[in-house]
Design a binder for this molecule. Structure first.
Ligand code: ASP
Length: 304
């Protein structure tokens, strides 16, 4: 058959990456770190871009971007995680693939060097969420790098924990990435050390699908902020439901943050749609974040 006339075959939307490094106040510490934070986010976007241009899939790139952010001590994930009230580190991470909603997460892990790789491992198996020591053990058994809990603790987080005792201001800096690859498929990944001064055992929204992390055929979302409020607002699932019902991504994203606000929380989120839209939303003063889309250059912002 020879096709004549008619519309050209629809092109999938352009490959794209959004990343965030936590929503919160625009504190002196973040102001001082701004040049370095900007450089790191730029570098992560550039590496993600190269991978997408070479044909890597959305899930692999979202996970890789989060792994690079975990390895940076500036952020509250992996090394440099916020400390629990007892001075230890407990980390959580989640990854989700939009095409088949394959999902994997870990919560309350102590020794796996890159929690997002432990989440990827869970995604490849039968469970969706694994917690604590068994999750760390499984990661080690599969050859993922581990280190003693002390090795995640940085001086700056010890200071932040001590200051928090006086100021009661929660520290943020969770990291996340959402990607769309050249086939138009979506993925989301998020990783966190939680909130500075949290009681051991506390889990926020980041490893909970539909709260802090989500990807389906229409949309990929990664959230950051006061996790309890994101859970109670069902933030990421709310965006997915609204986009599926035909609402714009932008409206759905601002509505979700309004709902987080309605239950008393603040934060931010990044979201990409299969239709080609993106959203970078925050209700806090600052959220280091970046965007790259095929045909353009990486862009990075720190404050509002
Ligand atoms: N949402 C994270 C939590 O509640 C913290 C953050 O995003 O900074 O654990």
């Amino acid at each position: 058959l020879i096709a004549t006339g008619g519309a050209a075959a629809p092109q999938p939307p352009l490959p794209a990456i959004l990343i965030h490094a936590g929503a919160g106040p625009f504190r002196d510490r973040l102001r001082a770190d701004q040049p370095q934070v900007t450089r790191v986010l730029h570098d992560v976007l550039t590496r993600g871009r190269t991978a997408l241009e070479q044909g890597a899939d959305a899930l692999a790139v979202a996970i890789r971007c989060v792994e690079l952010l975990e390895d940076c001590e500036l952020f509250n994930a992996g090394v440099g995680s916020a400390l629990c009230a007892d001075g230890t580190v407990e980390m959580s991470a989640a990854a989700m693939r939009g095409s088949d909603r394959a999902a994997g997460a870990v919560a309350g892990v102590h020794t796996v060097r890159n929690p997002i790789r432990a989440a990827e491992l869970v995604l490849g198996g039968q469970q969706v969420l694994m917690i604590g020591e068994p999750a760390d053990r499984r990661a080690a058994e599969h050859g993922l790098a581990t280190q003693p809990n002390d090795a995640f603790i940085t001086k700056r987080e010890q200071v932040a924990l001590a200051l928090r005792a006086q100021s009661d201001a929660a520290a943020h800096g969770t990291v996340g990435a959402v990607c769309r690859d050249r086939r138009g498929e979506l993925a989301a990944a998020t990783s966190t050390g939680g909130i500075s001064g949290q009681p051991p055992g506390r889990v926020g929204d980041s490893p909970l699908f539909g709260a802090g992390t989500w990807a389906d055929a229409n949309v990929a979302v990664s959230c950051t902020g006061e996790g309890e409020a994101f859970i109670r607002a069902g933030a990421a699932a709310r965006i997915a439901a609204q986009v599926a019902a035909g609402r714009s991504l932008q409206t759905s994203a601002s509505d979700a943050l309004a709902e987080v606000g309605a239950v008393g929380g603040r934060g931010g989120l990044i979201a990409l749609s299969a239709a080609g839209a993106y959203a970078l939303e925050l209700s806090t003063e600052a959220m280091p974040r970046g965007r790259w889309q095929a045909g353009g250059e990486p862009q990075v912002w720190v404050a509002r």
